[in-house]
Design a binder for this molecule. Structure first.
Ligand SMILES: Cc1cc2nc3c(=O)[nH]c(=O)nc-3n(C[C@H](O)[C@H](O)[C@H](O)COP(=O)(O)O)c2cc1C
Length: 203
């Protein structure tokens, strides 16, 4: 019997429960970095774009990461309202794929998260016009040095920085199997308040 069956996937009431179990197992063994996911967006021409982000918070029914809202991803996300991401935990040979809707965090979470970051990271967030062309690294370092003085010890969160919350409509759990006979379970719902359906997929 495969490990995925041992955990009795159908006994989990929702996929977030299973996500948490797998993430906990991955966190115990994955060195760098169990929270990292490849986040896919599309640009205005429908051309896909993918980059790593850290999925910092797993809520009851959502995944949150933090970024610069004016970055390429920020613009693409706001335009389409849709994303996909994939986690690959090599050490436990598992993959989780998510597709869903995404929106800016409008709660106090972004501020709380920003305030507990190291001061240098907070200053860095102010300094970097993420995804824009930088004339030189030297100028960025000078800008950081100036901001260190002007912002002081407790800079407020910039309005252009914060969380995005992903609400899944599909989550697929993939567990490595012998001779490529992997286990795949797809949780799917029509819209955010529909019931989940679960299907086993061919590997
Ligand atoms: C492991 C890893 C984690 C990352 N986490 C984040 C993150 O949480 N937020 C972020 O804005 N960028 C993060 N980055 C940088 C992004 O991959 C990317 O370079 C940056 O966000 C700009 O992407 P964009 O131009 O597509 O907006 C991370 C990179 C790596 C390699």
């Amino acid at each position: 019997m495969s490990q995925i069956e041992d955990e009795n996937i159908f006994s989990c009431e929702d996929p977030f429960e299973l996500y948490r179990i797998w993430r906990k197992q991955a966190s115990a063994v994955e060195i760098n970095d169990p929270d990292a996911v490849a986040l896919a967006t599309v640009d205005e021409n429908g051309l896909p774009n993918v980059r790593m982000v850290l999925l910092r918070i797993v809520e009851q029914d959502g995944f949150v990461f933090f970024t610069n809202y004016t970055s390429a991803k920020g613009i693409e996300i706001v335009r389409s309202g849709k994303v996909a991401f994939v986690s690959h935990w090599k050490s436990i040979r598992r993959q989780i794929r998510v597709r869903g809707l995404i929106s800016k965090d409008e709660t106090s979470l972004s501020e709380e998260y920003f305030n507990q970051r190291p001061l240098e990271s907070r200053i860095g967030a102010w300094a970097s016009k993420q995804s824009t062309v930088l004339d030189s690294k030297e100028n960025l370092v000078k800008k950081i040095d100036k901001l260190r003085v002007t912002l002081g010890e407790s800079p407020a969160k910039p309005a252009f920085w914060g969380g995005f919350r992903i609400k899944p409509i599909e989550i697929e759990f993939w567990n490595d199997g012998a001779y490529r006979i992997h286990d795949r379970f797809l949780w799917k719902r029509k819209c955010l308040n529909s019931e989940w359906t679960i299907n086993r997929l061919s590997p």
